[in-house]
Design a protein. Structure first.
Lengths: 461, 443
């Protein structure tokens, strides 16, 4: 533009005027109707390649999807808006839409907030570049690979999944379980004991002098204490006494409910004598599983092994179960994108006029007030860019859900983009319904696209 | 590798062009006259100079073994056969080649459903009488029907996977002092004893729903019998049929007891296929895994020995039928050339089957291939069950269903069986859901 202006026209006003040969004098009124630039033919010739590409790659697919979405799976039967009705009546699809809502509401806010915090904090630390590099690193990993990584992170077994390893380590620092998880009373009419409220009780009331047999089965090999000694059939004697033992002969062959040779006692079990719902006495089993209540008044008691004996070790959370799956995947998404948000926001931060911050500080504003009243408002255009980009990214999220969610919880973790692929290609082979979903997704993304474009225009104006 | 095979094909084409000047039809004129004598199996090398291409998904050892079978065919007939690997997605490989008008002479399809699909497209050539005769002699009518579409025979099942097995860790059985169960009730009793001993009896693969369909199919074939199995496969009887409830009840006997499943319901639902086998043989947390012959790979990875550390037993009878369910690959002709037909005839024959059977990793659905040919005891045992089950052998039901019902993650039968595993008390609900999905899929 400027090149043209430095032509023959002397002291042309700021209004852009062509200065082609033979032009009527320096017209400074908007009266002129002469166009700017080359002839329409040339313009079209220049636009054509881009227009053709856009048409082939963008406009035609959209129009065709719209058209295809009105037909059934075979593509021959016209169903009108039937596919769209299916979207909003199918229960599974409603879960999918609900999940997308959660994604759109939660993920962009978390990513933008984290990015803002990182950006503001890295301004003040010495190793800012190193820190930024580390936070930005996940961007270099493809979403697919990130999915594989987080599938492992969320593995339920603490010896494989980092998330549960951390949880169990923290938990075990405060309390450790020493019991017989998953052990249970021997079932059946022959057995003298039964399960109750997670514990084990004798079916009948027992009295002193009458030995109490408490057969337990299903003791995990790992839970068996090293010091356990072979159980002994209890003999009579004074007081209420009995034996708690693992009623299973290794290799089979033992008689149920009887203390056989080779069967081990279960040491360290808490045993309670209960009368009328009140605990009258407590004992602990010895290495051979025997116990004896000392100084208990005569009478009949129910012997109980409370639930605490059978408490399973804490194994962390079921991250990949139906309830936690969406938050878990959002966690992976945040890991990938927080660095991107940080870098963009940090760039915006660098452009903020320092004097505004200085002025606020001189006026006695606290750091929080500076951040809240000066930094964030000045940053808001950048924050908006990040936020809108993230919304578009969450709406089209696909690979993370596809990889992280085990197939049994895919229905609970489903999102529209994944459902679209699955219905159209991943087994469903219903491209009509798939196209309808694609159009639905397009409609969801459209407002944010328009918002973005408007903003660009405003900025360029 | 790919480059090398491409070069071979190119070289082959060059020779063909040089010879006749019209590559795609070279073999036709030369071979057609001798075709009949080739298929009647005369002594001479009647297909000398004919070039064939066969496409299948096998790679590695499976490919090498199959190439030995092809070599035997070449020695017998003189026809040169090139093997092309389709990769895992056979449809994606064959689709463009069919559309481009240059399909391989013979293709091996991993699912019978594809036979119907390609037959409808007109991409398959009906088998000649000579080949059908061979099929009639060596296969039960069920397999013939499976390879047919609209009354014409298009394909023959040439390689089978045995899906009616229960694998167990011998040590776990010894520790609990239980014997190999022969019936479902015995299996449940053994499972209870193993659970009492402190080991979880079953390792189910809840995250790989196809293993659940296999479990269901075995129980269903056993309790309801082959006729009902066929009817349900084609959705001729509804899933709300009482026979389905019987089978689901049996699954509930396992899924209803937390101590029967390693890591309980929640852990089971996150366990995919090789992991559940590893829980038995590598981690030794469980005693049994109910899956097909290919579990042997997991045993080998855990440095175990099949027959010593790990054993497989036929799926216990839950009803009147001893279930034998196969998966497998169907060979079809995509060009109507005498060479392609001769190759199919060879693969369907006792002779071809026995050459293949002597190599490891192969199980033949051919009832005339004697189990004595197999190199290891397990395959011998599996072959024996196929021969003795005779007409009652069936193909994997979920692979016969439309894929939206029997083959998609999070949809149809796969999803409902997973839901049922989570909530094994709701048999009626599961049946209703299955029927609703089936209605949609068979529309």
């Amino acid at each position: 533009m400027t090149e043209r202006l430095d032509g023959p026209a002397p002291a042309v006003p700021r209004e852009e005027e062509t200065s082609r040969g033979g032009a009527a004098g320096p017209a400074d009124t908007p009266r002129t109707t002469r166009r700017l630039g080359p002839s329409p033919a040339v313009a079209i010739a220049f636009l054509l390649p881009a227009a053709v590409l856009l048409g082939v790659w963008v406009v035609y697919p959209i129009v065709y999807s719209l058209f295809r979405s009105l037909f059934d799976a075979s593509g021959k039967g016209f169903v009108g808006l039937g596919n769209y009705t299916t979207i909003f009546t199918d229960a599974g699809m409603l879960t999918t839409i609900r999940n997308n809502l959660i994604w759109v509401v939660v993920a962009p806010i978390v990513v933008t907030t984290l990015g803002l915090i990182f950006a503001v904090l890295t301004e003040r630390i010495r190793w800012a570049t190193a820190f930024k590099l580390i936070v930005f690193m996940p961007m270099a990993v493809s979403l697919m690979a990130a999915g594989v990584i987080f599938r492992l992170v969320y593995d339920e077994a603490p010896d494989r999944g980092v998330a549960n390893a951390i949880l169990t380590t923290v938990h075990d620092t405060f309390s450790s379980s020493q019991g017989y998880p998953e052990a249970r009373p021997r079932e059946g009419a022959q057995s003298a004991v039964a399960a109750q409220n997670g514990g084990v009780v004798t079916k009948q009331a027992v009295q002193a002098g009458q030995p109490v047999l408490v057969p337990i089965v299903g003791v995990k090999p790992a839970a068996m204490p090293k010091n356990a000694r072979p159980a002994k059939a209890p003999t009579g004697g004074g007081g209420l006494a009995g034996t708690v033992w693992f009623d299973f002969t290794p290799g089979g062959g033992g008689a149920p409910n009887q203390v056989d040779a080779g069967e081990k006692g279960l040491p360290g079990m808490t045993v309670e004598a209960v009368k009328d719902g009140q605990v009258a006495g407590t004992a602990t089993t010895a290495e051979d599983g025997s116990f004896r209540f000392e100084g208990l008044p005569a009478g009949s008691y129910v012997v109980r092994l409370p639930q605490s004996n059978f408490k399973a070790a804490y194994n962390g959370l079921t991250w990949l179960g139906p309830t936690l799956i969406t938050p878990a995947i959002i966690g992976a998404f945040v890991w990938v994108w927080a660095g991107f948000a940080m870098v963009l926001i940090a760039a915006g931060l660098a452009a903020i006029p320092r004097d505004a911050l200085e002025a606020a500080r001189i006026d006695g504003a606290t750091e929080w007030q500076v951040f809240r009243r000066i930094t964030v408002p000045l940053l808001s255009p950048v924050l908006l860019v990040v936020f809108v980009t993230m919304i578009i990214n969450t709406l089209k999220v696909f690979d993370l859900v596809f990889i992280i969610a085990p197939s049994s919880v895919q229905p609970e973790a489903n999102v529209v983009a994944l459902e679209m692929w699955r219905v159209a290609f991943g087994g469903g082979n219903n491209q009509g319904l798939g196209s309808a979903l694609a159009i639905f997704l397009l409609i969801l993304v459209l407002p944010f696209m328009i918002m973005n474009i408007r903003r660009f225009r405003r900025e360029n104006a | 590798m790919a480059k090398a095979s491409a070069a071979v094909i190119l070289a082959g084409l060059a020779v063909a062009v040089a010879a006749c000047g019209n590559a795609p039809t070279t073999s036709e004129p030369a071979a057609s006259s001798s075709a009949s004598s080739a298929s009647t199996g005369g002594g001479g090398k009647t297909l000398e100079g004919v070039k064939l291409e066969i496409a299948a998904k096998w790679t590695g050892d499976e490919q090498k073994n199959f190439e030995q079978v092809l070599k035997a065919f070449t020695e017998k007939t003189g026809a040169k056969v090139t093997y092309a690997s389709t990769g895992e997605d056979t449809g994606a490989y064959l689709g463009p080649r069919i559309q481009g008008g240059s399909p391989p002479d013979v293709a091996v399809l991993p699912q019978p459903g594809l036979v119907q699909q390609y037959a409808k497209q007109g991409a398959l050539k009906p088998l000649t009488d000579a080949v059908t005769k061979e099929i009639d002699a060596n296969y039960t009518p069920y397999w013939k029907e499976l390879g047919s579409a609209d009354g014409k025979v298009y394909g023959v099942l040439i390689k089978a996977a045995h899906k009616s097995l229960v694998w167990y860790r011998t040590q776990a059985f010894q520790d609990a002092g239980v014997q190999e169960p022969a019936t479902w009730d015995d299996l449940m009793k053994a499972a209870q004893t193993i659970a009492d001993s402190g080991t979880a009896p079953f390792s189910l693969c809840g995250a790989s729903a196809w293993t659940l369909t296999d479990l269901f199919e075995n129980i269903y074939l056993s309790t309801a019998g082959p006729e009902k199995y066929d009817q349900l496969s084609k959705h001729e009887i509804p899933w709300t049929d009482p026979s389905v409830a019987t089978a689901l009840e049996k699954i509930a006997q396992i899924a209803g007891k937390q101590e029967f499943m390693v890591d309980g319901t929640s852990g089971t639902m996150q366990t995919d296929f090789p992991t559940c086998a590893n829980k038995v043989f590598a981690n030794k947390k469980s005693a049994m895994v109910i899956e097909a012959d290919f579990v042997a790979t997991s045993v080998a990875q855990a440095k175990g020995k099949v027959g010593e550390d790990a054993k497989a037993i036929p799926f216990p009878k839950a009803g009147d039928t001893a279930p034998v369910i196969l998966g497998g690959d169907v060979a079809v002709a995509m060009k109507d050339s005498p060479g392609a037909m001769a190759l199919l005839e060879f693969l369907a024959s006792k002779e071809g089957g026995e050459i293949w059977a002597k190599l490891p990793g192969y199980l033949s659905p051919n009832k005339n291939v004697s189990p004595d040919n197999y190199p290891d005891a397990l395959t011998k045992q599996l072959g024996q069950t196929i021969v003795s089950a005779g007409d009652a052998v069936r193909y994997d039901m979920s692979d016969l269903a439309p894929s939206a019902f029997g083959g998609t993650d999070g949809k149809g039968e796969w999803k409902i069986l997973q839901d049922f595993l989570r909530k094994p008390t709701d048999i009626k609900g599961a049946q209703a859901a299955l029927e609703a999905e089936a209605k949609k899929a068979w529309k």
